[in-house]
Write a protein that binds this ligand. Structure first.
Ligand SMILES: Cc1cc2nc3c(=O)[nH]c(=O)nc-3n(C[C@H](O)[C@H](O)[C@H](O)COP(=O)(O)O)c2cc1C
Length: 357
């Protein structure tokens, strides 16, 4: 049997295989952030299909941190019962599921507030006040407690993709000169405080981090920054880091710097960067997302020590029972990454589904 189906432990959480469904929002929650039944069904299918670890699509920890219509919330106790239906469905099929906690920062469509004033295409953000930053840290802690009340097996901090924590990490977006900005240590302060707050509230529950390896902006968060952040977070006790990439100010032409020079990994967007991080963090548990298509690439990634866990998003939209199919010998995922699932008349308008047919 392929190494993909070897068990793996993240903190105290035992996974039955190395295949992870990366956080993927269905963008189909009710306007008040509560879950619709179709979303529960999707998670039930993912678990039925044998997925080793499922990360629930991002959940806003505060109303002011909501990123888009249809995003689910965990900012209020009213959100717990719907989330509990999801975890129940996953556990009934012997699966594991963690809650991804997020705050949109300057990507919130109303009052755009983040680390600093920042000019977007046709908008401008404002800088968060010190007491607002403290409220956000507290909200991450409250949200983690709600995640446990909803029976999640762990919590993932969203530190990637240009949302609030990755905005603070980026020197392009974060131009503060107080304890929250300036040196990398200070830009990292929000992530560290959120981590400490969640740990304080939930103890040794598995705590995961999705982290950019690079935000691909000329003056933003770099691979060197990412290596340092990963080292610090492992020292603090994070149980696994899922490596990703992309953020505010990203440029398509800079993306190739994250690729691996070994052809074995050519389909993976951030394999080169992941290898560099691993060189500095040794055997600390690591997952990688973006680009996995062929079973032989997934297998090689683990066999050759690039990562411990293979994470995918879009392939599971096309094939929620993908893991079962891979186990039965399917060589390749069906998803061709056309991104039609993110199309303007689809995303946030209908329940998440593959639009290829
Ligand atoms: C419809 C859709 C929703 C997504 N939602 C989230 C999310 O809630 N949180 C997150 O961290 N990433 C989200 N992503 C990004 C994916 O988790 C993943 O990082 C990205 O799609 C690359 O992986 P892939 O090549 O396996 O699709 C989303 C992607 C898609 C296509």
């Amino acid at each position: 049997m392929s190494v993909l189906f070897d068990p793996f432990k993240i903190g105290s959480m035992q996974l039955k295989n190395r295949l992870m469904r990366s956080a993927t929002t269905s963008a189909f929650s009710r306007p008040d952030g509560t879950i619709r039944p179709a979303i529960v069904e999707l998670y039930s299918d993912l678990a039925k299909g044998g997925t080793g670890l499922i990360v629930k699509g991002h959940l806003y920890v505060l109303e002011t941190g909501k990123a888009h219509e249809g995003m689910a919330g965990i900012s209020d106790d009213k959100h717990i019962s719907g989330l509990k239906e999801i975890t129940k469905a996953v556990h009934e099929h012997n699966g594991k599921i963690v809650a991804q906690l997020n705050h949109a920062g300057i990507n919130h469509k109303g009052d755009r507030a983040g680390p600093s004033e920042y000019k977007g295409d046709n908008w401008q953000s404002r800088a968060l006040l010190e007491n607002e930053i403290e409220e956000i840290i507290d909200a991450f802690g409250d949200a983690a407690e709600r995640a446990l009340q909803a029976d999640f097996d762990g919590v993932q901090i969203h530190g990637a993709h240009g949302y609030l924590i990755s905005q603070f990490l980026s020197k392009l977006v974060n131009t503060r000169d107080d304890q929250w900005g300036g040196s990398l240590n200070k830009r990292m302060n929000l992530l560290i405080r959120v981590y400490d707050e969640i740990r304080r509230r939930v103890g040794r529950v598995p705590l995961l981090l999705k982290l950019n390896s690079d935000d691909f902006s000329p003056n933003g968060f770099t691979i060197e920054d990412s290596i340092r952040v990963a080292q610090v977070m492992y020292e603090k006790g994070i149980d696994i880091i899922e490596i990703s990439g992309g953020g505010i100010g990203r440029r398509q032409d800079l993306r190739s710097r994250a690729e691996h020079d070994d052809d074995t990994f050519s389909e993976l967007a951030f394999a080169g960067h992941a290898a560099r991080i691993r060189n500095h963090t040794g055997s600390a548990p690591m997952a990688l997302v973006n680009g996995f298509r062929q079973q032989k690439t997934m297998q090689a990634s683990i066999e050759r020590g690039l990562v411990d866990v293979v994470s995918m998003s879009r392939p599971f939209i096309r094939e929620p029972t993908l893991v079962k199919k891979l186990k039965e010998g399917q060589d390749e995922v069906q998803c061709i990454r056309c991104d039609k699932c993110l199309g303007e008349d689809v995303f946030g308008k209908v329940m998440l589904q593959c639009q290829l047919d």
